[in-house]
Design a protein around this ligand. Structure first.
Ligand SMILES: NC(=O)c1ccc[n+]([C@@H]2O[C@H](COP(=O)([O-])OP(=O)(O)OC[C@H]3O[C@@H](n4cnc5c(N)ncnc54)[C@H](O)[C@@H]3O)[C@@H](O)[C@H]2O)c1
Length: 461
C-alpha cells in the first residue's frame, strides 16, 4: 500500500509509477464467477491483491490453493502461481483488507427477488462498511451490474454517509467498470473485450483507466459518466434477451407451419446485417433475465409504466418451459403413453453449455411442471453429478440414466451431448421420446432411428 493511500491526490506520473512499480494494493470484494478471476488478474499484473468474501468455505478453499472455478479454462495455472508468489490471499475480514488497500473493487451479486425486483442489498451492505473503513485517497470501483443512476443517486451517498466523513472526488474516488465477460470464456474475454470506465470525477476516471490499462491488455474506453457505462452493459445484454425472445416466438410459429427455424437462421446469417440468435427453452443465468428487469425497474423509477418490448420479451422467454412441456405432451400422445409415472430424464440443468451454474436455469420451471404432471424425474448433467439439484439427486452415469428413461428432455447443449447417436438412444432407452430444446440431435437422424422427436422450432416430420 502506498503511504496513506494517496492515489487521488498524487500527480498523474506518480500514479503511473506506483501502478507500474506494483506499489499499490488492491482489494476485490466478492470472489465469485467474476470476482475471483478479476482478483487473480490484478495479482498476476504484480499488484498485491486481497480477495474478500463472506463465504468462509470459499475463502478456505482458495487459501488451500484449490481453484474453485474448474469450468473457467486458463486460470488454474495463474491462480496457483499468484498464491505461490504470495501476491493474492483471500479473507473474510473486510475491514482489515480494505484498510490495507489503495483500490477497492466490488464484484458483488446483484440478483433480483422473487417479484423480479433488483436486489442491491449486498452492495449496499458493503457500501456501509466501506464508509467506516476506507482510507483517505482510496479508489472504489463497482464492477457489479447496477442500474444507471445507482452510483450517482444511491451508492455515493452510502459511502459518504450522513456524517460526510469522506467526500467523493476530494477524499476518495468512485467509478465503475461494468463487467461484460462471458462465463466459461472469462480468460479469453479479459484478454480481448474492451472495458468501459466511468467515474464521478475526471481525476478518478483517469486513475481507474491507468489501473485497468496496467492489468488488462485491452482497449479501456473512458465513458462520459457512470450511468452511461452502466447503461451500455444493460443494453448489450437486454438486446440478446429480446432477440432470443423474437426467435423463440418465431420458432413456435414455424413449428406449426412446418418450417425448421434452424434452416431459416442459417440462410438469414448470410445477410450482412442480420445477427443470429437461437431459440431455446428459456433464458437463464445471473445476467440476461436480471438485466432486463433492471431496465424495466429503471423505467418505473423514472416515471414510465414499463418498457413494453423488454416486458414482452421476458414474457415470451419465461413461457418457453411451458412450450417444452407442450412438446412433451404431444410426443407422449403420439406414443400413446401417459406422462404420469413415466421416467423422464432432464439432460443438462446449467443455464448455458459447459459451465457449472444453474442460476435461473429454465431447467427449474421445466422440472416443477414435470412434478405437477407426476412424472418420475431424473437429471444428468456432467457438471452436477451425484448432487441435490432442484430437490433431485442427480445421476452420475449417462448410460444408466438413459437406460431407465421413457423420455429425454435436452435443456443444455453441453459438449458431452453433441454427437449423441440417435440409434444408440433408441437401443438403450426404455421408451423412445426425445424433446430437444437446443437442436443437439439431428431431427432426420432421430426419425430414421425410430425416435419420437420434438424440437423447438422444428416442424413435425
Ligand atoms: N456471472 C456472470 O456471467 C457475470 C457476467 C458479467 C457481470 N456479472 C455481474 O458481476 C457481479 C458478480 O456476479 P458473479 O456472477 O461473480 O456473482 P457470484 O454469485 O458468482 O459471486 C458473488 C460473490 O460475492 C460474495 N458475497 C456476497 N455478499 C457478500 C458480502 N456482503 N461481502 C463479501 N462477499 C459477498 C458471495 O459469497 C459470492 O462468492 C454481478 O453484479 C453480476 O451481475 C456477472
Amino acid at each position: 500500500m502506498i503511504e496513506n493511500s494517496k492515489l487521488l491526490i498524487m500527480p498523474e506520473q506518480e500514479v503511473i509509477n506506483s501502478i507500474q512499480g506494483g506499489k499499490i494494493s488492491v482489494c476485490v470484494i466478492g470472489l465469485g464467477r467474476i470476482g475471483l478471476p478479476t482478483a487473480i488478474s490484478f495479482a498476476n499484473a504484480g499488484l498485491n491483491t486481497f480477495g474478500v468474501d463472506i463465504n468462509s468455505d470459499l475463502v478456505n478453499t482458495i487459501n488451500s490453493k484449490e481453484f474453485p472455478l474448474k469450468d473457467e479454462p486458463g486460470y488454474e495455472f495463474i491462480f496457483k502461481n499468484v498464491i505461490k508468489e504470495k501476491k493474492f490471499r483471500a479473507t473474510t475480514n473486510l475491514s482489515e483488507a480494505v484498510s490495507k488497500s489503495d483500490v477497492i473493487l466490488l464484484s458483488l451479486p446483484t440478483p433480483m427477488n422473487k417479484d423480479n425486483i433488483p436486489d442491491y442489498s449486498s452492495i449496499i451492505s458493503v457500501g456501509n462498511q466501506l464508509h467506516d473503513f476506507i482510507c483517505k485517497g482510496t479508489m472504489i470501483i463497482v464492477e457489479s451490474t447496477v442500474e444507471p443512476g445507482f452510483i450517482e443517486n444511491t451508492f455515493v451517498k452510502i459511502l459518504e454517509g450522513e456524517d460526510h466523513k469522506f467526500v467523493s472526488g476530494k477524499d476518495f474516488g468512485l467509478g465503475v467498470c461494468p463487467e461484460t465477460a462471458n462465463p466459461g470464456h472469462i480468460n479469453n474475454d479479459f484478454e480481448n473485450l474492451p472495458r468501459l470506465v466511468g467515474a464521478l470525477d475526471e481525476k478518478t476516471k483517469i486513475i481507474i483507466t491507468k489501473i485497468y490499462s496496467h492489468v488488462f491488455p485491452v482497449e479501456i474506453i473512458p465513458m462520459k459518466d457512470c450511468k452511461t457505462a452502466n447503461a451500455v452493459k444493460l443494453v448489450t445484454n437486454v438486446f440478446r434477451d429480446l432477440n432470443i425472445a423474437f426467435i423463440n416466438e418465431l420458432a413456435i410459429l414455424f413449428e406449426r407451419v412446418g418450417i425448421d427455424i434452424s434452416n431459416v437462421l442459417e440462410a438469414a446469417k448470410t445477410k450482412y446485417n442480420f445477427e443470429v440468435h437461437y431459440p431455446g427453452p428459456g433464458v437463464g443465468g445471473p445476467c440476461l433475465p436480471v438485466n432486463s428487469y433492471q431496465l424495466i425497474n429503471l423505467a418505473k423509477t423514472y416515471g414510465l409504466e414499463t418498457l413494453q418490448m423488454v416486458e414482452i420479451g421476458r414474457r415470451i422467454n419465461e413461457s418457453m418451459p411451458e412450450h417444452v412441456i407442450e412438446l412433451l405432451k404431444d410426443a407422449f400422445k403420439e406414443k400413446g403413453q401417459d406422462i404420469e409415472n413415466s421416467n423422464i430424464l432432464v439432460l443438462g440443468v446449467a443455464y448455458k453449455p459447459d459451465i457449472r451454474d444453474f442460476k435461473l436455469s429454465p431447467a427449474e420451471p421445466i422440472i416443477l411442471k414435470l412434478k405437477d404432471l407426476k412424472a418420475n424425474i431424473s437429471i444428468y448433467d456432467p457438471f452436477f453429478k451425484n448432487q441435490l439439484v432442484f430437490g433431485i439427486n442427480t445421476e452420475s452415469d449417462f448410460l444408466s440414466a438413459i437406460s431407465k428413461s421413457d423420455a429425454i428432455i435436452i435443456v443444455t447443449a453441453h459438449k458431452e451431448f453433441h454427437g449423441i447417436d440417435p440409434e444408440f438412444l433408441k437401443s438403450k432407452m426404455r421408451s423412445s421420446i426425445i424433446i430437444d430444446s437446443r437442436k443437439v440431435i439431428n431431427q432426420d437422424h432421430a426419425k430414421k432411428a425410430g425416435l419420437i422427436y420434438r424440437g423447438i422450432g422444428c416442424g413435425k416430420i
